[in-house]
Structure formats: structure tokens, C-alpha cells
Design a protein around this ligand. Structure first.
Ligand code: ASP
Length: 581
């Protein structure tokens, strides 16, 4: 028997018992005739104690142990004189009577502690050691809990988990596909699924009624902190439902997850149309932990000969509560911030709404205190507040202001990691125009249904059509999204046509779906949640990497196994892939 208890288990009530523990040497502390070892396993840390008076040989043996040696210790649980209140086992220690080395270890390249001295690269290269760190392991435990809670909820709602294939034909969801050459069909390629979209729709045609899958998806995109080439979705689809049914059921799921995992009640989710989200926050995933909504003051600024505002399509303001105390230096810095190429504003106008009721702005040359007061009134600004103004073409300035609003939210401490505000964004446009290629793109994907009342505009004004599409947003992060699907073959064919597919293309790529729709496709719809993102949000982190056991770096590399890698000519030949020689 390797162990009678885990390293996280022993408490004061075990005092007097002889126990066997196994684990890793996390730390050793030597003092004169005494030594202590922190023995670690997944469950916690228990202190082992060695005393020269009690057993000199054992003390010497203990002092020969290096960090991360795997050992087994047998001994008596004893009450500690010097208790550690920071860990659950901190009231006891083991007076060791026998010590066995189960395996030795090289000195690890970084300290295996919450605050490690290892940088990102080295941690990723030795990820198996990194995963011994308590905080990283906790993230994966959290991930497991979220998955468990998802399955429990969906199972209770009669959903069935069905696996869909990984070697498929490409589904156009906007990103690039990863492809796999087929040896048996030379010159042909599988694609890895960007999502199981078409399969889950086919399952609805098959009558499965309620499907879900916690599933790997693959997208060959440029990477950021919250993106990985392979990531996991909670993918769901339902039949005989309208948008309302889906919103209610999955609002219930997210409430359930917060309750189970965080012990929090997040209440009902407000709903905001895409148009309102863009108008008030300049963003289709607004962070509503704080207000600071946009105010459109274009009209109030006109006719005063300030050339910049005169030329602007839109002048936008936000009110930063209590920020009239900002110094010149802070404002200069903020101005530089909005002028960075990533934001792209030409400049920043500000108005101090002073505590004494006076106004002072960076455009006093053009605007009287009365003008400024009008702006302040529209922005609902109080004495002590600061107005920040940007101007330009409406779409561009909304985007810039959205960034500035988020930045101010951050600087003002309004984006708290332990506060969660979720909402639905609904009524997305069905299509967006791609200026570069002069064609329409599906904003969600080509299977999304227009709102029935907007269908007549398909021929006249496609850009104005709203979709039965929805996103769930939490703290400014899009955690999920989906739509009611087209289930009528003619409408789907029309949609492909608008998206620029020839009939032949559509048949080649989606013939299987169109055929299936000829055999009694039920009305259906669904959505998918970004599982990694959801977990990182629950964990209060910005990136998703530490919620994935073996993630890839920003170049899409797994530096631990060193993938991707070159394969030899023989293998390439077998696959029928051209060998450069
Ligand atoms: N397949 C979609 C996605 O990956 C989600 C959905 O429409 O259900 O975003």
C-alpha cells in the first residue's frame, strides 16, 4: 500500500494514528537537529518532521532528498506546536518513522510554487511540472467542475451527448481550416471541424431533438491570449424551438453554472439589441459592469467654428464620474493612449466639470461655459466629473470610444474580477458587407435564419435584415452565440446565392445538408459556448491558456512536444503530398 491518506487529508482528529503518505518533496527546511519536509500531492501539503534525537539516520536520509523526489513516509500524526493556519493540514505533522524513496528527480528548472520564478516559455516547455503548481492545477479542477455542472444541467433537460466526426469536409465559418491529407484518397483532404455545425443540424433532421457535446474545434487563425488553434465548445442544438426557448434554457444553464461553481446568483440576463449595444457601447459585447454609456452630442457642437467637430459625422462623449481631479499629465497620457495606432483617434477633447460648478475644457477657444454646460447636461455629468470626447465617422468613433470606455473602466477600477454581469445581445444583422471583396458575408454563419418579418428584404435591402441570432456576453467577453437555423431548402439555397455561392458550389459544399432538408427537417436552433473562455472567466483570468492542460503558444506551437514538426519524405510520399526536392 503506497498510502493510507492523501497529503490534504490529515487533521487534528487524526493525532495518534500511524499513517502512510506518498508524494513529492515540495520543500525542505533544515534547522540544527531538525528537518521539515513539505510533502505534496494533488490534494495538499502535509509537513513531515525529522528529529536527530528521535532518529539520526532518518534525519540524514531526509537531508539527502532533493526537490521533487517522490517519497513514501510512514509515521505518527502529531499536533504541531507551531501551527500553520494557511493550509488545512496545518495543525498536524507526521513524525516520520520510515522513509522510502520511490523515485529521484532532477532539480526542476523553476520553482514549483504559486509564485514561480519560471517564465512562460520554460513553464510551457515543462508543462508537466507547471501542472504540479497548485494554482494551475486548481484551474483544471475548476474546468472539470464546470464540465460536470454542464452535463448535469443538460442531462436533466433531456439533452443527449453525441460525438461528431473530427475528420470532415470543411464548413465555412469564417476562419481557415486545418486540413489533413488522406492517404487512401490521394490528392484529397479532410478538414478538422471549426465546429460541428452541420452535423448537429443533421442530428436534428434525425430526430435527436436535444443534442450537446463538449467538443474540440479547430480554427487556423492568428492567436491571441484568448484564442487557441484547438479549443473546446459546449455545442448545443434543439428542435421545435424559437429563439425565446433557447434563450431561456441556456440562461438557466449559465445561472446553474454560477450557482454550482461560484455559489453566485447572477439573476436574470438583460437583453440588448445589437443596435443598442453599438449605439450605447460601440461594441457588440458590452461590459455592463459599469455604465459610462455613449452620449451623442454632435448637434450641440456644431456652428462654433471648431473645424475638427464641424467636419465630423459624429461627436461622442462619455462621462467619467469623479475624474475632474485628473491632472494635465494624466490627460496627456490618455490623449497619447487614444492616438496609438491600435486605437487610431486623432485627438481627445476633455471637459472638466469642476466641483465649484465651473467648466474648463481643451476647446475653450471655441465653446463658451454655456455650451459646455449643455454638453454636461446631456451627459448627466455632475460637478467633479470629467467628459471625454472623440469625433469622426460614426462607426470608427464608436469603436475608438468603446476602447476608451473600457480603458477608463479599468483605470477607475470598475471592471472587478469578482463581479459578474451577463446579458444577451440579440437581433444581430444577418449579413455584413465586405468592402474589400464587394460581397455579403454571413455575420454568424450561412445557416442562420433571418427574422421572418425581414425575409422580404432579402431581395431589396439585405444589409437591413436582422437575424434570429444571439450572443451571451459576460463582463465584455462573448462566451457563447448561436441562432435559429434555416430549415427550408429554398430559403437556404437563396441564402447561399446571396453569399455569392454558385449553385454548383453550394451543392458541392453543402449538398448533404440540402438533401437532408428534403426529408422533413424540423424547425431548430442552437448555440455554442466557448468552454475555455467560460472557465477562465470563472477563474478570474484574462487568458485561456492556463485553463487548458497542454496549450499552444502564440505561434501555434506546443513547445513541450515540439509540434508542429517536419515529417519525412517517405511519409509525405505515402500521403501523396508533393515533396520539395
Ligand atoms: N457553430 C456556431 C459557432 O461555432 C455556434 C452555433 O451557431 O450554434 O459559433
Amino acid at each position: 500500500m503506497y498510502r493510507s491518506h492523501t497529503c490534504g487529508e490529515l487533521r487534528i482528529e487524526h493525532v495518534g494514528q500511524t499513517v502512510t503518505l506518498s508524494g513529492w518533496v515540495a520543500k525542505r527546511r533544515d534547522f540544527g537537529s531538525l528537518s521539515f519536509i513539505d510533502l505534496r500531492d494533488r490534494y495538499g501539503i502535509t509537513q513531515l518532521s525529522f528529529n536527530e534525537e528521535y532518529n539520526k539516520d532518518l534525519l540524514e536520509q531526509a537531508r539527502s532528498l532533493g526537490r521533487e523526489f517522490v517519497i513514501q513516509a510512514i509515521g505518527k500524526v502529531t499536533e504541531r506546536s507551531n501551527k500553520n493556519t494557511k493550509i488545512p493540514t496545518g495543525e498536524v505533522e507526521i513524525i516520520v518513522e520510515q522513509l522510502n524513496i520511490l523515485n529521484i528527480s532532477l532539480t526542476p528548472p523553476f520553482t514549483i510554487e504559486e509564485d514561480t520564478d519560471g517564465g512562460d516559455d520554460i513553464r510551457m516547455q515543462y508543462r508537466y511540472l507547471d501542472l504540479r503548481r497548485d494554482n494551475v492545477r486548481q484551474n483544471l479542477v475548476l474546468r472539470h467542475q464546470v464540465a460536470k455542472a454542464v452535463r448535469k444541467y443538460l442531462d436533466e433537460k433531456e439533452f443527449i451527448e453525441v460525438e461528431t466526426p473530427v475528420l470532415i469536409k470543411s464548413t465555412p465559418e469564417g476562419a481557415r481550416d486545418f486540413v489533413v491529407p488522406s492517404r487512401m484518397n490521394q490528392g484529397q483532404f479532410y478538414a478538422l471541424p471549426q465546429s460541428p455545425q452541420t452535423f448537429k443540424q443533421l442530428l436534428m433532421v434525425s430526430g435527436f431533438d436535444r443534442y450537446y457535446q463538449i467538443v474540440k474545434c479547430f480554427r487556423d487563425e492568428d492567436l491571441r491570449a484568448d484564442r487557441q488553434p484547438e479549443f473546446t465548445q459546449i455545442d448545443c442544438e434543439m428542435s421545435f424551438v424559437e429563439q425565446e426557448d433557447i434563450l431561456n434554457l441556456f440562461e438557466g444553464m449559465v445561472q446553474h453554472l454560477f450557482k454550482e461553481v461560484k455559489g453566485l446568483d447572477i439573476g436574470t440576463l438583460p437583453r440588448m439589441t445589437f443596435d443598442d449595444a453599438m449605439r450605447l457601447y460601440g461594441n457588440d459585447k458590452p461590459d455592463i459592469r459599469f455604465g459610462m454609456q455613449f452620449q451623442y452630442i454632435t448637434e450641440l457642437t456644431k456652428g462654433k467654428n471648431f473645424p475638427v467637430f464641424e467636419a465630423a459625422e459624429t461627436v461622442l462623449a462619455i462621462c467619467a464620474t469623479g475624474c475632474a481631479t485628473y491632472t494635465r499629465k494624466q490627460l496627456d497620457e490618455l490623449t497619447d493612449w487614444v492616438k496609438r495606432p491600435q486605437i487610431g483617434a486623432k485627438g481627445l477633447v476633455y471637459v472638466f466639470c469642476n466641483a465649484d460648478g465651473t467648466y474648463k475644457s481643451s476647446v475653450d477657444k471655441f465653446y463658451s461655459p454655456d455650451d459646455l454646460k449643455q454638453w454636461a447636461t446631456q451627459c448627466n455629468a455632475q460637478p467633479g466629473d470629467l467628459l471625454l470626447l472623440l469625433c469622426g465617422d460614426t462607426k470608427a468613433v464608436q469603436k475608438q470610444m468603446s476602447e476608451l470606455r473600457l480603458e477608463m473602466g479599468l483605470r477607475m477600477g470598475l471592471r472587478k474580477k469578482d463581479e459578474f454581469k451577463a446579458l444577451w445581445v440579440i437581433d444581430f444583422p444577418l449579413l455584413e458587407f465586405d468592402d474589400e471583396n464587394q460581397r455579403w458575408h454571413a455575420m454568424h454563419h450561412p445557416f442562420t435564419s433571418p427574422k421572418p418579418e425581414d425575409i422580404p428584404m432579402l431581395d431589396t435591402d439585405p444589409g437591413a435584415i436582422r437575424a434570429n441570432a444571439y450572443d451571451m456576453v459576460i463582463n465584455g467577453v462573448e462566451v457563447g452565440g448561436g441562432s435559429i437555423r434555416i430549415f427550408n431548402k429554398e430559403l437556404q439555397a437563396k441564402m447561399f446565392k446571396i453569399l455569392g455561392f454558385t449553385e454548383e458550389d453550394a451543392r458541392y459544399q453543402f449538398g448533404f445538408l440540402m438533401n437532408a432538408f428534403e426529408y422533413g427537417a424540423p424547425p431548430h436552433g442552437g448555440l455554442a459556448f466557448g468552454f475555455d473562455r467560460l472557465c477562465s472567466l470563472f477563474g478570474g483570468a484574462d487568458g485561456i491558456r492556463d485553463f487548458i492542460a497542454f496549450p499552444k503558444n502564440n505561434q501555434g506551437r506546443d513547445v513541450m512536444i515540439d509540434a508542429p514538426s517536419v515529417i519525412d519524405d517517405k511519409q509525405l510520399k505515402e500521403l501523396g503530398v508533393n515533396v520539395n526536392s
